[in-house]
Write a protein of this length. Structure first.
Length: 395
């Protein structure tokens, strides 16, 4: 194979923020490597993969200068003094251990969602980051994109009145599922923190909380129904439907409010069966959120990856329906070519450099989200994801 046209490796002598990646995961190019190419203050400097051949092939393909392989690969990368920040793309059940180890080595951490398996672990992780003066971010990228911010602005503006309910759906048809997930995917293993609610479920839950300005508040789980995965039907969910009660918005006048609760529901599924005779007719991917308000609806299509394409439909009960798109913020900041991962990386680097990001989720946002997920599993009759066996030393 010829690599004569491969670009030169990044210059590690610069003052750019130098990232190391734990795990040669499929998400890493989309989530970090590609966005980093357009960020002048970021260099992807190293990759750690326990499998030698896989790690070296990944590094060569993505032009990463340093490769750590073998059983101590993750720790070796974390100990490298040339690395400033760690991107953790490992299975869910390993997030807590390696994020804690990275923080203990004074590295900033960008952790794939969900940040940890449990709310208690996330609380411990943020406490250590705060103590060390380090940045820790859960990578729920869609909330960093201007599209969701615009949807929240419309809801907050009051033009359609108060929120009555909200619904979010993120499902894949069974026909497409094999193209997204391998048969032995860690998402299907309970011991690694698997389950659809832990993977696809974090997106609609985070988005509906964000759009309704409920992102720092706990939601009451009123019901949950799981569809078990064939590999572990009693512990791992292939799909989940859950309903919630949202806190009343701060602008709501209790004297004028009705007795009805503000409610939410969401549906996620790794492999939605077909429909029609014998289920032979395939379904489409569903990726949408609808906010129902007193005076109409706000609908967001493709809230998970709005940088690829999206639209916001504002449909008042009285008046004309309008459509909007938002690839930059209202003040003009950002670029049309940036996807949600690029906006997320911008926020992370801004925070590390002591600037004010356009959005920065407070630790309580992540901690309460994980507590809600735990409650969903209990309500659905499944065990919450198990805590890591890693015991962090005194930091």
């Amino acid at each position: 194979m010829c690599f004569r046209n491969r670009p030169p490796p990044p210059d590690l002598s610069t003052s750019a923020l130098r990232f190391g990646i734990l795990g040669a995961a499929r998400i890493a190019p989309t989530a970090l490597i590609t966005p980093a190419k357009t960020h002048p203050d970021v260099v992807v400097a190293a990759i750690a993969c326990r499998g030698k051949g896989r790690g070296e092939a990944f590094a060569q393909k993505h032009n990463i200068p340093k490769t750590f392989t073998g059983p101590t690969a993750y720790q070796d990368l974390i100990a490298d003094p040339d690395i400033d920040a760690i991107y953790i793309a490992l299975p869910n059940g390993l997030h807590f251990e390696w994020a804690m180890r990275a923080l203990q080595a004074n590295k900033h951490v960008l952790v794939e969602k969900p940040m940890t398996n449990t709310a208690a672990e996330a609380q411990q992780l943020f406490a250590l980051a705060s103590k060390r003066g380090l940045v820790a971010l859960e990578a729920i990228h869609c909330t960093f994109h201007p599209a969701l911010h615009r949807a929240r602005e419309i809801v907050d503006s009051g033009e359609l009145g108060h929120v009555k309910s909200v619904a979010g759906t993120f499902t894949l048809p069974s026909l497409l599922s094999p193209f997204f997930f391998h048969s032995d995917d860690p998402r299907f293993r309970y011991d690694l923190g698997g389950g659809c609610m832990m993977d696809m479920g974090v997106y609609p839950l985070a988005a509906l909380r964000f759009i309704t300005a409920s992102d720092t508040a706990p939601l009451a789980v009123t019901s949950a129904t799981a569809t078990g995965h064939a590999l572990d039907a009693t512990r791992v969910d292939r799909g989940m439907h859950a309903t919630y009660t949202l806190p009343l918005p701060p602008t709501w006048n209790p004297e004028a409010a009705t007795k009805a609760d503000v409610t939410a529901e969401m549906t996620v599924d790794f492999a939605t069966p077909g429909w029609g005779p014998f289920g032979l007719l395939p379904r489409s991917i569903k990726n949408e959120i609808t906010v129902y308000l007193e005076g109409g609806e706000v609908f967001v299509y493709n809230f998970v990856s709005p940088g690829m394409f999206h639209y916001i439909k504002v449909r008042p009960k009285c008046g004309r329906t309008r459509y909007e798109q938002a690839y930059r913020f209202r003040n003009g900041w950002g670029k049309r070519s940036w996807d949600s991962y690029r906006y997320q990386l911008e926020a992370f680097v801004d925070k590390v450099r002591g600037h004010s990001p356009a959005l920065w989720p407070e630790p309580v946002t992540v901690i309460t989200q994980l507590k809600i997920i735990e409650d969903v599993y209990v309500k659905a009759g499944m065990p919450p994801r198990c805590a890591s066996s890693y015991k962090a030393r005194d930091a």
